[in-house]
Design a binder for this molecule. Structure first.
Ligand code: CDV
Length: 312
């Protein structure tokens, strides 16, 4: 099987609250068609790609809240995406808000992504592990970030066989944590797909605002190089409901080099021909984990959560 994946980072411009699922679907379908016309076989959409980034508002009405979530995937409004992808023979990664019912019928809400193969079947599902922001209503902020209120955290980073290689998924804030990449690296990941919604302004640390694009690239390039994997990072960008979000969607090689990038803050494709065999020279030399890693020196990574400095 070919080890070349022609990938499109399918950046979206803003999705306003008044935009319907049908409006959004038209934009996703346009991306699928354009990517297919350019010879791509995998399209990567952003985090929460079907709606506006609703965790910026505190809501209490369950009907209002649940309107942002998908109860089934594919569902009545998303079936067309699966059908079109299958007809074109193109796979996709999609971020969305998920409601899942447990055995007792109780709802659980997750910030989720799926990987869909060129045959239209779901290869894997990932639920966001690192939920940033806060759980309480903090109305004094310019905008809120209530992911800890709206979602339960996922509990694992898995990888799946697909597209001729080993594929992994992550979502937004996950990209800032080296553990995200390393846990997948330890499972031989060759391409990590990652959607994000990142405001330029960081209310708890406005002194970081000027560095938001730098940090975006820094973490993804480091994660790619240190694990010898491709990384495809895709933004929902631009001014959404008054909140300015970074763009900077890009495709990063296992060398850590950016090989394709979006230049606008709107709907845009960045495409690259990704050879999964390029992972090998990093995974077998500098980052030959079996040869060079020393897990016995890393125990604190899993045993300790917060930092504890020695007493003065
Ligand atoms: N959607 C996110 O996870 N956004 C965070 C913001 C809050 C900083 C991010 O890490 O980009």
């Amino acid at each position: 099987m070919s080890r070349i994946v022609n990938v499109a980072a399918a950046q979206l411009g803003p999705i306003q609250r008044a935009d319907s699922r049908a409006d959004v679907m038209e934009r996703l379908l346009a991306h699928l068609h354009n990517a297919h016309a350019m010879g791509c076989n995998l399209v990567v959409f952003p985090e929460l790609a079907l709606t506006t980034f609703f965790p910026r508002w505190y809501m209490e009405d369950p009907v209002e809240i649940d309107a942002f979530y998908e109860r089934e995937m594919p569902g009545p409004q998303t079936q067309v995406l699966f059908d079109t992808a299958k007809r074109l023979g193109i796979g996709f990664y999609l971020g969305y808000a998920e409601i899942a019912l447990d055995d007792a019928g109780r709802p659980h809400r997750f910030n989720t992504s799926i990987l869909v193969g060129a045959d239209g079947n779901i290869i894997g599902k990932y639920r966001k592990v690192h939920l940033p922001g806060h759980a309480e209503n903090e109305p004094w902020r310019a905008f809120q970030h209530l992911e800890k209120y709206y979602f339960e955290p996922g509990d694992s980073f898995e990888v799946w066989r697909g597209f001729g290689g080993v594929m992994g998924m992550a979502l937004c804030n996950d990209r800032r944590w080296s553990e995200t990449y390393r846990v997948m690296g330890l499972q031989g990941v060759e391409m990590i797909l990652l959607g994000y919604n990142t405001p330029v302004h960081n209310p708890p640390a406005p002194e970081h605002d000027d560095l938001s694009m730098f940090h975006n690239q820094l973490v993804m390039q480091a994660g790619a190089y240190q694990n010898g994997t491709w990384v495809v990072g895709v933004a929902k960008a631009g001014k959404e409901e008054g909140c300015e979000m970074i763009g900077g969607s890009c495709i990063i090689a296992p060398s850590g080099e950016v090989v394709a990038a979006c230049s606008t803050k709107g709907d845009e494709l960045a495409i690259a021909r990704c050879d999964l065999d390029l992972c090998h020279s990093y995974k077998s030399t500098t980052f030959n984990f079996a040869k060079h890693r020393r897990p016995e020196a890393y125990r604190m990574i899993v045993e300790r959560r917060g930092a504890v400095a020695p007493e003065a």
